[in-house]
Write a protein that binds this ligand. Structure first.
Ligand code: GDP
Ligand code: MG
Length: 258
C-alpha cells in the first residue's frame, strides 16, 4: 500500500519511476509448472525422462531414477523456499577467508564447481519465489571470489562457493578445501559440472577432494539445455561410469538442471 502511494506521488510529480527488479519467473512455482501440458511438465520436473527414450535397452537407468519425488513431495519441499516473516530467506554474509565464515549452527549445504558452471544461477533459481534475495550471476568467469552465505529461515544455510579452474585455483585451495574438511555443520555438498561439455580435469580434481573429505555429496549436471541430446547423453553416461567406479560418498544419481 505504502509503495503504491509513493508510486502515485512519483507519477504525479513526474519523477523517474524505479524499475521493479523483483519479478517472479512465470514457471517459478510448481503450481504453474503443473498447469503445463503433461509432456512439457514431465520434461521440466523430471528432465531425465525426455532423454531416456534415446537410450539402448541394455543401458542401466537405475542411477538416474533412484530419487524420483512425487509432485506432492516437491510442493511440500517448495514451502521451504517461500519467504515469510517467520521464515525469512535472505543473503546473510560473505567471507573472503575461511576464518571469516560465520559460526552457524543450522545445517549447511554448499555449492562448488568450476567458475561459470552455474552455481549462482542455481541458487538464484532455488530462490525464485523470493526474488528480493540478491544472488549475483556473472557473465565473466571467476566472479565469485568469496563464500556467500544465504539463510533459509532457521532450516538451513546455502553457501555459494568460489569457483575453481581458470584463474581461481588459489581460492579453491585456500577456501573450498579447508571448508569441506572443517565445517562442522556441513551436511551436503553439491558438486556442479557442466553437462554440455562433460567432466573436465578440474571436475575430477574436485571429485577426488570430495572423496577425500568423505562427506556426502551430490553431482549436479548444469546447462543440459545447451547441447544436443546425443552429446548430453554421452556426457551423462561417462559421468555415470565415473560415479559408479570411482566414488564412494557420491550419491549415485546425478541431478540434471537447466
Ligand atoms: N544455457 C544455460 N546457461 C546457464 C545455466 N546455468 C548458468 N548459466 C549461465 O552461465 C553463466 C555463469 O553462471 P553463474 O551462475 O554465474 O556461474 P558460477 O560462476 O558457477 O556462479 C551465466 O551467464 C548463466 O546465465 C544453464 O543451466 N543453462
Ligand atoms: Mg557465481
Amino acid at each position: 500500500m505504502m509503495f503504491r502511494l509513493q508510486l502515485l506521488q512519483r507519477l504525479q510529480s513526474g519523477a523517474p519511476v524505479p524499475l521493479v527488479c523483483c519479478q517472479i519467473h512465470k514457471l517459478a512455482s510448481l503450481q504453474k509448472a503443473t498447469s503445463l501440458p503433461p509432456r512439457k511438465m514431465q520434461s521440466l520436473l523430471y528432465p531425465f525422462s525426455g532423454l531416456e527414450v534415446h537410450l539402448d535397452r541394455s543401458v542401466d537407468r537405475m542411477q538416474f531414477q533412484l530419487f524420483h519425488p512425487s509432485v506432492e513431495d516437491m510442493m511440500e519441499a517448495e514451502k521451504l523456499y517461500c519467504s515469510s516473516p517467520s521464515h525469512k530467506i535472505d543473503y546473510h554474509i560473505s567471507a573472503v577467508r575461511l576464518d571469516h565464515a560465520p559460526a552457524l549452527t543450522q545445517p549447511e549445504v554448499c555449492f562448488i564447481g568450476r567458475s561459470n558452471v552455474g552455481k549462482s544461477s542455481l541458487i538464484k533459481a532455488l530462490f525464485s519465489l523470493a526474488p528480493e534475495v540478491e544472488v549475483r550471476v556473472s557473465k565473466t568467469p571467476g566472479h565469485t571470489k568469496k563464500m556467500n552465505f544465504f539463510r533459509v529461515g532457521k532450516a538451513f544455510t546455502l553457501v555459494d562457493m568460489p569457483g575453481y579452474g581458470h584463474k581461481a585455483p588459489g581460492d579453491f585451495v585456500d577456501m573450498v578445501e579447508p571448508y569441506l574438511y572443517t565445517r562442522k555443520n556441513l551436511v551436503r555438498t553439491f558438486l556442479l559440472v557442466d553437462g554440455s561439455v562433460g567432466l573436465q580435469k578440474a571436475d575430477l580434481i574436485a571429485l577426488e577432494m570430495c572423496e577425500e573429505t568423505r562427506s556426502p555429496y551430490v553431482m549436479v549436471v548444469t546447462k543440459i539445455d545447451k547441447c544436443g541430446q546425443g552429446a548430453l547423453l554421452t556426457n551423462l553416461l561417462s559421468l555415470q561410469d565415473v560415479v559408479k567406479h570411482q566414488t564412494t560418498s557420491c550419491f549415485p544419481q546425478p541431478f540434471l538442471i537447466r
